[in-house]
Ligand binder design. Structure first.
Ligand code: DAK
Length: 257
């Protein structure tokens, strides 16, 4: 399928999705979110893809949902056009998803980055929830994922004050995995994704699921679910291959079976 608002490329086992509305700083229109969901579903279903990178390119990640599209909507319009299901394609992606963030990641753009599994930030990156300045609050997870990631007080500052933070502060807070020069952000993210794609696919999938579950369940339930997934992996060929390869001092060849 041809997309209008995003670009999708393959770099070996890595799918690279680039948000592509540069004239409006990659503002996330409903059409863009629909295309993003479609592209992620396709990459998820493709056995040749082991991981994906989501980026806005060298200058900007995304300056949020499209304000021009939202400005005159009523509450009922919002309810009836609810985009939540479409945004959920991002969190439903079962393979590792690495965000490569340069420049602004604001509002829905920041929430999109927070839905990814790892974040590589260029030194120009700015993360924030400026919705308060528009008379609204975040609607795609900003008030929920910030406190779970950086704690209550920084989350309050981000959501109530609406001022973005830079890449260094985001790194100190544990919001991003790497800070790199902006020219290499995407390359570093693709390299990380390639390393992830070389790992056992079923174990990756269950590890991602388990870490995400930790943010939603009491410890005892999370531990019980982790144990079940651990036992389950002993039913896979990849577990046999991984352990035999270790004992035979060779590199494992994982098949995702
Ligand atoms: N929407 C539409 N157009 C935008 C935009 C946006 N979010 N951000 C920037 N643009 C457009 C500008 O209007 C301008 O267009 P022209 O005037 O050239 O036609 C062009 O991009 C360049 O922007 P600026 O001239 O403003 O560039 P500057 O470098 O001076 O400033 C900036 C960059 C990022 C600081 C500034 O553009 C800015 O403050 N942008 C708005 C940031 C913002 O408030 N974002 C939050 C939007 S609310 C939900 C899912 C998601 C959401 C809600 C619910 N559900 C599933 C329920 C999300 C909500 C939001 O994100």
């Amino acid at each position: 399928m041809e997309y209008e608002h995003i670009l999708v490329e393959r770099d070996g086992p890595v799918g690279v999705i680039t948000l592509n509305r540069p004239r409006v700083l990659n503002a996330l229109s409903p059409e863009l979110i629909a295309e993003l969901g479609h592209a992620l579903d396709r990459l998820d279903a493709d056995p040749g893809v082991g991981a994906a990178v989501l980026t806005g390119g060298e200058k900007v990640f995304a300056a949020g949902a499209d304000i021009a599209d939202m400005a005159e909507r009523t509450a009922v319009d919002q309810l009836l056009r609810d985009q939540t299901g479409r945004w959920q394609a991002v969190t439903a992606f079962t393979k590792p998803l690495v965000a490569a963030v340069n420049g602004y990641a604001l509002g829905g753009g920041c929430e999109l980055a927070l839905m990814c599994d790892l974040i590589v930030a260029g030194d120009t990156a700015r993360f924030g929830q400026p919705e308060i300045n528009l008379g609204i609050i975040p609607g795609a997870g900003g008030t929920q994922r910030w406190p779970r990631t950086v704690g209550k007080y920084v989350a309050m500052e981000i959501n109530l004050l609406g001022q973005p933070i830079d890449a260094r502060r985001a790194y100190r807070l544990g919001l991003v995995n790497r800070v790199v020069p902006a020219e290499v952000t995407v390359a570093v993210a693709v390299d990380l994704a390639r390393q992830l794609a070389a790992r056992a696919p079923l174990a990756l999938r269950l590890a991602k699921e388990a870490v995400n579950r930790a943010l939603e369940t009491p410890l005892s339930e999370g531990l019980a679910a982790e144990r079940k997934s651990f036992y389950f992996l002993f039913a896979t060929e990849d577990q046999k291959e991984g352990m035999r390869a270790f004992l035979e001092k060779r590199r494992p060849e994982f098949k995702g079976r």
